[in-house]
Design a protein around this ligand. Structure first.
Ligand code: BGC
Length: 261
């Protein structure tokens, strides 16, 4: 089994995207394939989509999946923006059995963070780096000296207005409340101030769909910490999921043996 190319998959609130990734350069080897997230996004329905993506690329090697919840050793622990039936499900085992391939599952923001810290905007930054992915929810990846503190879940902190950060400043909230980019930017700034107070990071990296619209909201950001957009923009999740799989080579090789007998 080769680890130089991994199929990276990002499970999001609106779409599930996949692409084969060349690990040495962190580049997509083919155009990404996107399937809308099924409704409800039940374990069975999502596993079916993962299998369709594997089939689309006729994939035969290891797979890395970024998943929008707390994931511990492949088991889903929370379900904020996904079907509640996910809680307690061993996603890694479910996807591996369904695809008959070794699959590694990690938190989606942690995956995106790995891509940015190793190959993107956080490369060579030694201090504390925080990556925030803004989409249906708010995900976070916290690094210090390049090491990840997994499942940091900063989208779930309460702000001083009593609201949960992701219920106040996610991109889905901008859309549903029809906020202008400036109005949303002010909300995002409030959240950034809180994270700055907690961690005094050297750098904050913004990922997810909003990273393409930096020109429209950055004027509202006035924190002291340097804030930049993710280099891989919306693809960091896919690339990072593949990188996480390489980091867990040993486990995936063991799974491969168990699957292939
Ligand atoms: C989830 C996180 C996830 C984030 C972005 C949040 O609602 O709790 O685990 O990283 O959404 O998808």
């Amino acid at each position: 089994m080769k680890f130089s190319q991994i199929l990276g998959i990002d499970v999001g609130g609106s779409g599930i995207k996949g692409a084969p990734i060349d690990i040495s350069e962190g580049k997509m080897l083919a155009e990404r394939y996107r399937i809308p997230t099924p409704l409800p996004a039940s374990p069975d329905a999502v596993a079916h989509v993962i299998k369709r993506i594997v089939k689309h690329f006729k994939w035969e090697g290891p797979v890395g999946v970024g998943f929008p919840s707390v994931v511990l050793k492949g088991v889903v622990k929370t379900a904020t923006n996904i079907d509640k039936n996910w809680i307690g499900v061993d996603a890694q085992e479910l996807f591996s059995k369904r695809c008959k391939l070794p699959v590694l599952v990690v938190n989606d923001a942690d995956a995106a963070g790995l891509a940015e810290i190793r190959l993107g905007a956080g490369k060579k930054v030694k201090g504390t780096v925080l990556l925030l992915t803004i989409g249906t929810g708010i995900g976070s990846a916290l690094f210090t000296r390049g090491c990840l503190v997994a499942n940091s879940e900063l989208g779930h902190i309460f702000l001083d207005n009593g609201l949960l950060a992701e219920k106040f400043a996610a991109d889905s909230v901008r859309q549903s409340e029809e906020l202008s980019w400036s109005e949303w930017g002010e909300r995002f700034n409030k959240f950034l101030k809180e994270t700055e107070k907690l961690f005094s990071p050297e750098l904050i990296i913004v990922g997810g769909g909003v990273s393409k619209r930096a020109d429209e909201f950055m004027h509202a950001i006035d924190i002291k910490t340097k804030v930049v957009m993710a280099n891989q923009r919306n693809e960091a999740g896919l690339i990072g999921a593949a990188l996480a799989a390489v980091d867990n080579k040993k486990r995936l090789k063991k799974m491969w043996k168990e699957l292939k007998g």
